[in-house]
Write a protein that binds this ligand. Sequence first.
Ligand SMILES: [Zn+2]
Length: 424
Amino acid sequence: MFYWIPSNQNVKNFNKHSAVDLIRFATTGISRTDLAEEMGLTRAAVTLIVNDLLENGVILEAESRAIPNGRPPVVLEINPKRGLVAAVDMGSTHVNVALADFSAKIIEEISLPFDITQGPHVCLAEVSRILQVLLARSGIGISQIMAVGIGVPGPVIKDAGMVMSPPIMPGWDRYPIRQQLEKEWGCPVSLNNDAELGALGEWAYGAGRGENNLAFIKVGSGIGAGLIINRQIYGGTTGSAGEIGHITIDENGPLCTCGNHGCMEAFAGGNAIASQARQLVKSGKRTLLSNIPSETISAQTVADSARRGDLPSQEIIMRAGTFIGIAIAGLVNLFNPSAVIIGGGVAQAGDLLTTPIRQAVRERSLHASEQSVHITTAMLGQRSSLIGATVQAINIAIHDATERKSPVLKEIPTTEIKQAAPTE
Ligand SMILES: [Zn+2]
């Protein structure tokens, strides 16, 4: 099944965990009959598994809302109140920390400006401080948090729980992030690359539901891709798969943060977009951006003014879209995904960015691959990676809960539970 890897070869346990994942990620409700069919088991065998899961409180039975007339079939759902997790999405200039229930619904969330270049000591202390604020605000003790999922903007060595030579995270190379936080928080921590988590978040609860193979392109200050292949995160040998931003577009092009020249990111990343906009203003061309102090121009402000109809801003965004599209065409040729999801701050520009991307992919990918790929923007808005981190934390917590003989039901505070929905 999707995530859980059995620590022993106990078939009954393996089936139990597979059933939990099928129930978690079913796009519409799943019945006992569906489960028997999906798992190739008899109704009786499924009943045993389901009763076990109902007994320890991991799942519950609900009436399907899918059929408007007649007696609705009973479907199985994850019991959202079975446990709590925390999720952290560290970007280069922002951090998002959230508490969520077992259905990945965000209970409380704080998003703040952040500077990843301050290194692990300062940054992790800040994350801990924010988590404490969230817990205090929701009346939850740290001991009630069953697991924490974390995303960072660098290549992650998964088994070691650290990053390796991250280009935009100076001072973080091989710092034991996971070990440090597990010691501090007293619960299991999972560490992933933020683009990987974006892919996972969109696959589980966003624009990529039901897809087997997808790519999530995070267009922020830099550009990275998260890959899901056969419903598994694909990180590569050293966690640096999906570095689509460093594909060379023009060997004589501008200098990139990685030290090479002409990388796609150096043409189309958020930093490149902002610097092109500053040049435009300097050239004296008529643009809405002239009304903004030059040092505050960011990719976001260019996207905003493009949306407000400013032609020169639109040109910058569309040209970035073409470069991103050229790289995505290569990715589509290479790995033939059924969906490519564009996320990150610059994706808020919507069609202005996706139209030239689609066009470049149409022109530059092989027909068979291009015909079968669906290119769209992230459904979870700026929260794709945060929701992905939540999914990773729940992976640990829910399978731990599944293993327990007796349920440890914890009351979730009555704070209004927000839907894991787009931020806009
Ligand atoms: Zn580069």
